[in-house]
Each structure stands twice: as C-alpha cells, then as structure tokens.
Write a protein that binds this ligand. Sequence first.
Ligand SMILES: [Zn+2]
Length: 594
Amino acid sequence: MLTISVIFIIKDGSPYISYLDQYFTKVEEQYKYKYNFEYFVYENDSNDDTASRLSAFFKNRKGKYWSESLKNNADFKGIQPQRCQYMSALRNTLKQHHGHIASDYTLLIDCDVLFPDNIIEQLIEIFSSYNFYVGPSEQNSITLELPTDSIDCECIPNNKQQPTWTDTFKTSVSANKLTVERIDSKTGWGQPLKFNIVPTNIVAVSPFDYCYKRLRENHNNHYYDSLAFISNDNIDYSNNGNSCMFKKCGRCRDYRKRTNIQFDDDNLLDDNKIIKVNSIFGGCFMLKTDVYNNVDWVDDSKDGVCEHHAFCKKIGQLGDIMFTPNLKVITTIPKLRFYPAIDKRLQYITMVKTKQININIAFPKMIHLIYLPWERENGKLKSDENDFNQDFYKRFQKENPKWLVVMWTQSSLKDFTKDFYPKYSEIWDKVKHPTQIVDFYRLLVTYHFGGIYWQYGSIKKVPLKLFVPPISKSARFFVELVLTKELNKKIKADGNLKQHIRNGKPEEPVRVANQCFCVYPRDDFLKYCIQKYWRNLHTYEVKNQYDILYIGATAMISEAYDEYPRKNEFVLDFNMKRYINVLMNGSWRLSKYE
Ligand SMILES: [Zn+2]
C-alpha cells in the first residue's frame, strides 16, 4: 500500500469541498487495496461555510485541517509580487502546521480543479516509467535525447502494432540517450514509434490543465496555468506574454501575434510529449513526499510573481520535474462552478477512444507448444532439453497437417530471444522456477507470431479453426474459472497459496486462462500482459506458489484483464471446456522457493 497526502489551501470554496468529498469517496473505494489517503488543509477568512464543510469532510478521513482569520487577509488579483508573497506565506503556514509527513507521495491541488478518477494512479506511474515518442526513422539505428536521465527502456513499442508489421527493436539507454535499432531488417521504420522509459530520478509530475472558461469558448487546446510554467530552457511568462505554449492553441498564437510578442515557435509544445520543466503547476502537482519534506515555499527573490517558481526551483535541485500533457484535469473559476457538467466534459476528454479493428490478414495457422524439462528435486532445468515425451507434439502435428505446430524448447527460445528480443534474455537467470520461463514465453512467442498457444498435452475438443477469433476481434481468451465464494474460501485455506503478495486485494472475479489463447500477431492485450509480467518480475520476489501465479501466470493475466481499458477489442470466452481439456498436473509446484 502507498500512502498519498492530499494538500491544499482554500478560501470561499464550500461547493468545492463537496466536490472533493464525492470525488475522494469514489477514489478511496476504487483504490482501497492500493492507496491510503490522508489530507492536510488550510482555510482562512471564508465568507461561506467552507470551515464547517471541512469539518464534515474530515469526519471519516485521516489528516487535519486548520481554519484561521488573518490580519493581512487579502485577495490579490493579477501578476504582482504582493500576491506571490501572500500565497507563499499561506502555503508555508500550512506546511508548518502539518510538519514532517511520512507518506510516499504528496498531491498538491488548487481550488476548483476537477480530476478524472484514475489521475492519481496515472501520475504515480510516471515516476517509474513514462511513454516517450521516438517517431519514424530512415536510418536503421538512431540515438535520441530523452527528457530525463534513465536506466531502462522496454523493447516492445508502446504504440499500437499492426498484425502485419514485423518490426522488432533493440533498445538501450545511457544517461539521457536512447538508442533504438531495428533488428528484423537493415532498414529504418515508418511507424510513430513510442517506448516506455524507466527514469532515474523523477521527483514531481504535473498534468495538462484545461481552462473551463476557454473550453466553453471552444478553445479546446488551451493550457490554464501559463504563469507557473517555466520551460527547461527558462522560457517563462515574460517571454510568451503569459500565453500558453501549446502548438495546437490557436487562441494563444493569435494573442501573441495581435500583441506583437516576439516568440520563437521552436519553443512550442506538443500535447503528446512528456517534457522536463523548471516550474509548473497545472491544477495539481504530485511529488515524492521525502522531497516535499525537504523544501519550503519561501521565496527569497522578493520580486517573484508566482509562488511556484521558487518552490519548483528548490524541487528541481533534488530531481526532475515532469510535465505530462497527455494527462488532463480541468480548472474552473468560482463564477463557473458547474461541477457535474465539467465532470462530464472531463470524462469525454479522457475517454479511451477505440477504433474498430480491421484485421486484413488471415489468422496465422500456428500452434505454439513449449516444454522445458526440469529436475523435480531442485527445480533446475535438465541439461538435455529433449528429455521429455514428444509423442504429444508428433501426434498433434500429424492430426493437424494444415497447421504448423512449433515445439519450442530451450535452444529455440534462446535463439528467438537473441534474434528479436535480446533484452529479455535475462529472464533465464531472473526466475525462481522454470515454469516462469514457460509462462513468459507463451506470451512472447504468441505475441510475435500470432496463432494459438497450447498447453502441452491438452486435448482438443473442436476443430482448430473454431478457435480463431471472430471477425473484427483481435483475440480469443478463455475464462479458466469464475471465483465463487466457496472457491475463494478453498484458496484462502490452502497454506501454499497465501496471497501476501496481493496486499489484501481480493482476486478478480474472473480468472483468465493462460493455458490456451488465440491471437493475431502483435496483440495489444498480450503486449500489456508481457509488460506487466516484466514489471512484476522486477518488483516482486517469489516466496510461495501463489506468487508465481501472480507475477506472470493466470493471476497476472486476470489482473491485467481487470485493468485493461479496451476489453471490447477481443473475446473473453466462458466456454473453455467446449474447446479444450487442459492438462493440469500441478506438478510445477515446489514446496520451497529460495
Ligand atoms: Zn493557449
């Protein structure tokens, strides 16, 4: 569990407290197995019932609020140092009140900002990996500058791969340089390539903040808080006339032209590109709590116009501050507190847009079998990779002459990895048990070639052509079992299946099978599973049998299915037994994992 501290100052914001109450009630429930929340709030001199609303807000929540009347109470408008000093003082007062915080992340928010339900999860993810746009290339190998120093890069592209594409890549990272090489061919590539980058030291993240007032005027690409923004090259409000710097914002481009502001268009920002910045506050700002504990809001410059500038300057000395324009929030103003309508608009903006899938290739007539013989006593791979009964493979190929049945063994899997996914060769040393290797490669070879993954020895009950996904669907997955209450009890009672690794999160109601699945090449859901497996493998340690299921087998796929936003792209078939009798011998279990 992670603990998130939500921190804000507020004045005359009674309706906003009601919004936050509803919002966090929803989010606290949705993430109850992932996040604990605590809140620290400072209210001063409100003319409405903000203070009593706050008291109600804190009824069943952790944290504390302070409500005060100030001698120097004021409402500064516009760009001026007095406002900056005043705001710094307010924010610092709250910081001094709550003192040292022991949470993992701190979310600073402003009044009248509306959030999508998953924004906290999405912001937190950036600290461990972000999506980087590489684009097409005429050369076979290119080196690009990343916005951050980084330690790793996924080798499977993050943009959608078409079933007909054969492109595979080798990626390597050194400091802030990413090298991408196409390895299935000596040429370049045309696809708008994107990769997942693992950064070294991101300490703060802020999303794109729409201005509701401008959205109502149909300025659909305008960014709200241009005053707090300072680019990595120190371009700030004094250079851009306090306009937003997004390429797509026609409003601000016209404004700069009309007011004759000399501005170099090379500085304009893409709304799909994550960048490192010197200062930002787009409605909210997520930072690591240990960093927050080590900075304050004091602005020594005396002529500062925005309290975030000095604050971010201190944070920037401790790590990278990132601006992720693909994540969205909306800020409104007190006059336009139409929260339900704004919330609807936000849902519309952040909706996952799914295109109808048009697959124009035939389903690959390929069956993938994997067998890695291992010693029962110690769980080590046998030295002779062919030391297993191959009758099933021979019979299966003979019975299905129109299909290519591939019998994957240790050497062919290693060759395949070297040729197409060199980065993944470390899997062989990284796992505790050989079945974990099988679990990984069933995803990867089927992702690469398409076709059907078939658990060795399982019995086919209908012709193979009936396994093919229906028209306009990219894959057919099967439900292994539906978790009934009784079954859940049985699992809980089994000492070998202790689910400490889940941290109290209940199993998903539907367990998705990994013993058999049918996909076109480069299936997106399978890619999601591979990336999840790889992340899990580097995050968790195997301590019991269940952990193996959770890191990379059925429990992992089930959780992936639960999380995956585009479920309608493939079929989840509840009638597995009609298609296949899976060979289950349970013999993969070891009594100890050390
Ligand atoms: Zn703009």
